[in-house]
Ligand binder design. Structure first.
Ligand code: COA
Length: 180
């Protein structure tokens, strides 16, 4: 038996953003093509752990894994298409009030506030369901993401030096956290 609480199903949420309405829901098989295209976009993949080209098989396997492990993988739908996604990894035992996350949005919608509206709605859902703190990592040279997280109220706690290798170049990893 588990000695910690688990997050419930996310369901479907309609959220207003400054660029219009978005729909947030769990990822489905029919989203995989669009999700795969997003993580392969040059300006997006640069800041992800998995190097492009990310295969469709790998994206499909990811859906199987999140379903098997009960990991919320939330897609953002805008004007009929998937434009980004967030995934949440709740810790266990004495750390089960803490949740890690990752996110990636298509370059074609960057700067329109859609990622911000998605993140805020997801964080409100986590808070309502017992999560007290969220943590993430971002590359030291990912100035867009660092500005984005700062606006969302995250604090940068430390930088792990030479933590990522892009070709021959090393980049640091910034550890960020926010209390809900
Ligand atoms: C990080 C990411 C999700 C942010 O999405 P986005 O669409 O650029 O963000 P939004 O339009 O919602 O921006 C909201 C706020 O973030 C901040 N921001 C956005 N771009 C910024 C930049 N280049 N510099 C500083 N702050 C920035 C601003 O405060 C902005 O609010 P404003 O428009 O009112 O000024 C997106 O850029 C992305 O998916 N990048 C590629 C993958 C990635 O880096 N993932 C994160 C890895 S941890």
């Amino acid at each position: 038996m588990r000695d910690y609480f688990v997050l419930p199903k996310f369901g479907i949420k309609l959220v207003a953003s400054r660029t219009g309405q978005i729909t947030l829901r769990e990822a489905e098989k029919s989203d995989l093509r669009e999700l795969n295209e997003i993580v392969n976009e040059t300006g997006v993949n640069r800041f992800l752990i998995k190097k492009a080209p990310v295969s469709m098989k790998s994206t499909r396997d990811n859906l199987r894994k999140v379903r098997r492990e009960g990991i919320p993988w939330i897609v953002c739908v805008h004007e009929g298409g998937v434009i980004g996604a967030m995934d949440f990894r709740q810790e266990t035992g004495r750390k089960s009030h803490v949740c890690g996350f990752g996110m990636a949005f298509s370059k074609r919608v960057h700067g329109r506030g859609l990622a911000e509206a998605t993140a805020n709605a997801c964080f409100a859902w986590l808070k309502k369901n017992g999560i007290e703190k969220i943590v993430a990592e971002t590359d030291e040279d990912n100035l867009r993401a660092r500005g984005f997280y700062k606006k969302l109220g995250f604090s940068e706690r430390c930088i792990l030096k030479k933590n990522v290798k892009r070709g021959k170049r090393y980049v640091g990893t910034v550890i960020i956290e926010k209390f809900l």
